[in-house]
Design a protein around this ligand. Structure first.
Ligand code: ATP
Ligand code: MG
Length: 248
């Protein structure tokens, strides 16, 4: 479904990602964990070219972009656009448009891509909002919703583009545990339906319970990866062990 090979990224002098690779199969839920500043968000953003890797190869749904340090060209941007149509993204801070109702936030993507929106698209948007438990607040503005509701609206908005892969950057970090659970439940439902999901998270409980694989990053590298029952119980590397001791 998605493959990242040997991704390198620097900002100025500092190398942030030093050859990070990841393979994700259809329907998997992958959690990326690691200390603050280790490059998790940068790596996630590289996967859909919100951040342009200096080097490395990303393939998603058969679209491949191979970077070998050259300039970013119009043709690359065209390919990145194509790749992004398969990859939805959800951010810690929701990023809903405040001047649009929840329903219009969800309709915005399809409208931009296809021009007008038909009744069918409205029906589909409403179905998505029902699915994330927001059918009753579709006409309200984001400011009047709880953080958990806003994040679920952001997920519905990403799903409206019919992505095959969803990326989340700390989707619940801004939420208290109760409303965070509502968001995590939506992700679990998507997992049950076979969605492919990659989640950067500090929520170790969710990572342990819900992930097929956990990827531990440190200092711009993947240190180790494996199913939770292996990685959390028998980590191989000292850095993983130390990190897990702190967070578990
Ligand atoms: N646009 C940027 N320009 C310069 N430096 C950046 C930029 N984005 C990230 N960095 C730096 O890259 C490093 C890795 O950042 P990143 O956000 O990927 O870490 P992270 O693992 O997601 O951390 P956290 O858990 O705190 O979110 C940090 O030192 C950060 O300051
Ligand atoms: Mg981050």
């Amino acid at each position: 479904m998605l493959s990242a090979q040997n991704v390198h990224k620097s900002f100025g002098e500092g190398a942030i990602l030093s050859g990070v690779s990841l393979e994700v199969r259809k329907g998997e839920l992958i959690s990326i964990i690691g200390p603050s500043g280790c490059g998790k968000s940068t790596f996630l953003r590289c996967m859909n070219f919100l951040e342009i890797p200096d080097r490395g190869t990303i393939t998603a749904m058969g679209v491949t972009i191979d970077r070998q340090g050259g300039p970013w060209r119009r043709a690359d941007e065209h390919m990145a656009h194509k790749l992004r149509t398969h990859v939805g993204m959800v951010f810690q801070s929701f990023n809903l448009f405040p001047h649009l109702s929840v329903l219009d936030n969800v309709l915005l993507g399809p409208r931009v891509v296809k021009g007008e929106h038909s009744q069918t698209e409205r029906d589909e948007a409403m179905a998505l909002l029902e699915k994330v438990g927001l059918g009753r607040v579709a006409q309200r503005y984001p400011v009047s919703l709880s953080g958990g509701q806003q994040q679920r609206a952001a997920i519905a908005r990403a799903l409206a583009m019919r992505p095959e892969i969803m990326l989340y950057d700390e989707p619940t970090s801004a939420l208290d545990p109760i409303v965070a659970e509502e968001v995590l439940n939506v992700m679990r439902t998507l997992d049950d339906e076979g969605m492919t999901q990659i989640v950067v998270t500090h929520d170790m409980r969710f990572a342990q319970v819900a992930s097929d694989h956990i990827v531990y990053m440190d200092g711009g590298h993947v240190i180790e990866a494996g199913p939770p029952e292996t990685l959390c119980v028998n980590p191989v590397d000292d850095r993983t062990r130390r990190f897990l001791r702190t967070v578990l």
